[in-house]
Ligand binder design. Structure first.
Ligand code: G4P
Length: 536
């Protein structure tokens, strides 16, 4: 799993190393098969010997620390970050997007660390809510998306209907790279659009890196008859209406290459890897806060996109995950934190994914490094060595979906309470909202996922010695209030109010979407904007 890490020295060809990297995340709804696909991708690259190592299911290897045991007991996966493996000459960095019980603002933020995304759909379900939320973030950041329709070995929806759904619901034209032969549940193989031949599906091939069985067009038609002809016709139909593959439309994020497969059988996975190698963008130079470009071969720079604090105070095991933006990272180097201007020694640099940890010695643009014991680092921090100093834009805040009033459980700890809440807000653990109406003593905490409240409550108790009581609010719709002068219109509502976030954004909260519509109807002059993300 350390492929490509250790054999290069400081003067290595940084641009060349960057060019051969593909850093992406899989975005999906729970149960679509993200773990299975991750495993299949890694297995295919022949990194993980036994299927299942990533999943961490029963009977697999891997040393499990107490800390991780605890995470599991709490149903939280707080160690996953990025899996790195070599695929031919390419170094693949697969960044994890936490997505089950631990869906949170972090899930969105990790997308700031990737250059492309694989949108994984269940053939029977198509676009699902969590996939849509993550897709919105990709769209906001302009991240190109490849679509992989999974579970084609089981009954599911019609391939054309799934492609229509992409166009209609998210405005992405589907550009098939493979096309299924045989309906979902009766998969015979996929037609490789580029080569025109058939990649045969064999259910007995198992979930390992079975070789692709290719059959030329004439033989495929002879063997499969109507099913082959039908697949060709469907494909022609789609291509005639704008579905011709075009790399430029993919990188501009206006169209998505689509592949069909069955991750559990490893089917379609190789084609996916090849596509990522061929067309997915590698790391590009980033712009700093002053809109200057930091070239890939400038001295080392990186930004922290995720910080995980051990839930066990005895360990205080904080890991900061940083994506390398320029230059070469070498373990042990002393870097400067652009926020505090303080030096930080990177003695403990690790690559962490699931239960596996390995030491990182060298990393290049596109790679993710886990800095252990990085208690001084915060989400959004920039790290750099040598001149010129650089600071990348901070990470944006996303539309919260959960709200709770926080109060100190012990009134004698009011000072610690205030300090803790400020700190957690500044770190982006939760968003902190206030209003004159509610007063300063009872801020409203807002989060994308409820686990953020758990983390905040835990840290308030153990780190800031001020346990909190949370009283959940039943707001389900949120907008940005464009004009502060219109605040009274929202505050007058029975199930709505305006709260101001630490970054100054006015959030209008409503009981239901219906309340937004009713208020807008009564006051057409009221400007309420959809809220996905700001800043960053
Ligand atoms: P997630 O990480 O996205 O939540 O999904 P995960 O990989 O855990 O997969 C969810 C379920 O879907 C698993 O079944 C998995 O085996 C199954 N699955 C994934 N890919 C495919 C596929 O291509 N075809 C079929 N038929 N099933 C697929 P499970 O019963 O929940 O767990 P398991 O005990 O089988 O692992």
């Amino acid at each position: 799993m350390t492929a490509g890490r250790t054999t290069h020295n400081r003067t290595g060809d940084v641009s060349g190393e960057a060019r051969r990297r593909r850093t992406f995340a899989v975005i999906s709804h729970p149960d679509a098969g993200k773990s299975t696909l991750t495993e299949a991708l890694a297995v295919h690259a022949k990194v993980i010997a036994a299927a299942g190592a990533v999943h961490g299911k029963a009977g697999r290897h891997g040393v499990t620390s107490d800390w991780m045991e605890m995470e599991r007991a709490r149903g939280i996966s707080i160690t996953s970050a990025a899996l790195q493996f070599a695929y031919g000459d390419t170094v693949i960095n697969l960044v994890d997007t936490p997505g089950h019980a631990d869906f949170s603002e972090d899930t969105y933020r990790v997308l700031s660390a990737v250059d492309s995304a694989v949108m994984l759909l269940d053939a029977a379900k198509g676009l699902e809510p969590q996939t849509l939320k993550l897709f919105d973030v990709c769209r906001y950041r302009g991240i190109p998306v490849v679509t992989f329709v999974n579970k084609w070995d089981r009954p599911g929806r019609d391939a054309l209907a799934l492609c229509d759904e992409l166009a209609e619901r998210i405005g992405l034209a589907a550009m098939p790279v493979t096309w299924p032969v045989g309906p979902a549940g009766h998969l015979r193989g996929v037609l490789d659009v580029d080569r025109g031949d058939l990649i045969r599906y064999s259910p007995s091939a198992g979930g390992d890196a079975a070789p692709e069985l290719r059959v030329d067009q004439a033989q495929a038609e002879g063997e499969l008859g109507r099913e082959w002809i039908r697949a060709r016709e469907e494909l022609d139909l789609l291509q005639a209406s704008g579905g011709e593959f075009d790399v430029a439309r993919f990188t501009a994020a206006t169209a998505t290459p689509v592949l069909f497969g069955a991750a559990v059988r490893g089917f379609g996975v190789r084609r996916l890897l090849d596509l990522l190698v061929d067309v997915a963008p590698g790391p590009a130079p980033r712009r700093d806060v002053e809109d200057r470009v930091r070239p890939l071969d400038a001295p080392f720079s990186a930004f922290v996109f995720k910080v995980q604090t051990g839930m066990d105070p005895a360990h205080r095991d904080q890991v900061a995950f940083a994506r390398v933006c320029s230059g070469v990272f070498e373990r042990g180097m002393v870097v400067t934190n652009a926020t505090t201007r303080r030096p930080f020694a990177t003695k403990y640099a690790q690559q962490i994914f699931g239960q596996e940890r390995s030491t990182v010695d060298t990393a290049y643009p596109g790679d993710v490094v886990g800095l252990v014991n990085a208690t001084a680092l915060r989400v959004g921090d920039t790290l750099y060595t040598d001149k010129p100093p650089v600071r990348f834009p901070g990470l944006p805040s996303f539309a919260p979906a959960h709200f709770a009033v926080a109060r100190p459980a012990d009134l004698s700890r009011a000072k610690q309470f205030r300090k803790g809440v400020e700190q957690l807000g500044a770190e982006g653990v939760v968003q902190v909202l206030r209003s004159d109406r509610r007063g300063g003593a009872a801020p409203v905490l807002a989060a994308v996922g409820p686990m953020q409240f758990e983390v905040a409550a835990h840290r308030m108790e153990h780190e800031f010695t001020s346990p909190v009581r949370l009283e959940h609010l039943s707001y389900r719709a949120v907008r940005r209030l464009a004009d502060p002068a219109q605040r009274p219109l929202v505050d007058a509502g029975r199930r709505s109010e305006v709260l101001t976030r630490l970054d100054g954004t006015d959030l209008a909260l409503f009981g239901e979407e219906m309340d937004v519509r009713l208020l807008q109807r009564a006051h057409p002059e009221l400007v309420l904007e959809p809220l996905l993300a700001e800043g960053g």
